[in-house]
Design a protein around this ligand. Structure first.
Ligand SMILES: [Fe+2]
Length: 165
């Protein structure tokens, strides 16, 4: 696990410093997975092949535009907690749980299945994070952000699975 960089000290937001450290670590982990998923979606959007190319290509574009907005929310929440958001591909890869996919032709069923599984993994991780923060720390602001992101992730996972029959 990478060491976190603190950007502010003191009792910011009324949340104890040790709590903010743990919560920011969770959020940096999420930020890393979001970036891996974002790049994978761009990759699949470009390299997709299959009979429903236009539809899946456009749907994946919608998904990566959504993730781009979510990335910003998570990174800015980390700043609000007084820590630095990870910012390089090497930092993201060190922290991420999701696996990258190299370029090259991606058959549409493979691509959709992979994105559905990653969305499920993201949703499971977010749910666990929400549980940990709710039980251990007093930070409903972060929990609220994560809950909204989770709802979107669950919807994406459902829509992706529908392509698979
Ligand atoms: Fe495009």
């Amino acid at each position: 696990m990478s060491k976190q960089i603190k950007t502010d000290s003191g009792n910011l937001l009324g949340i104890p410093a040790t709590d903010k450290n743990v919560i920011s670590e969770h959020l940096n982990q999420l930020l890393a997975d979001q970036h891996v998923l974002y790049i994978k979606m761009r990759n699949f959007h470009w390299n997709l092949v299959g009979p429903s190319f236009v539809e899946v290509h456009e749907f994946i574009e919608k998904l990566y535009n959504l993730i781009a907005l979510q990335i910003d929310e998570v990174a800015e929440r980390i700043q609000q907690l007084g820590y630095a958001a990870a910012g390089s591909m090497s930092e993201f890869l060190k922290r991420a749980q999701l696996k990258e996919s190299s370029g090259g032709k991606k058959e549409q069923t493979f691509a959709v299945k992979e994105l559905a599984e990653d969305s499920d993994t993201m949703a499971r991780n977010m749910r666990k994070m929400i549980g940990d923060i709710t039980e251990g720390y007093d930070d409903p602001g972060t929990v609220d952000i994560l809950t909204k992101l989770l709802q979107t992730q669950e919807k994406n996972a459902w829509m992706l699975r529908r392509y698979l029959g």
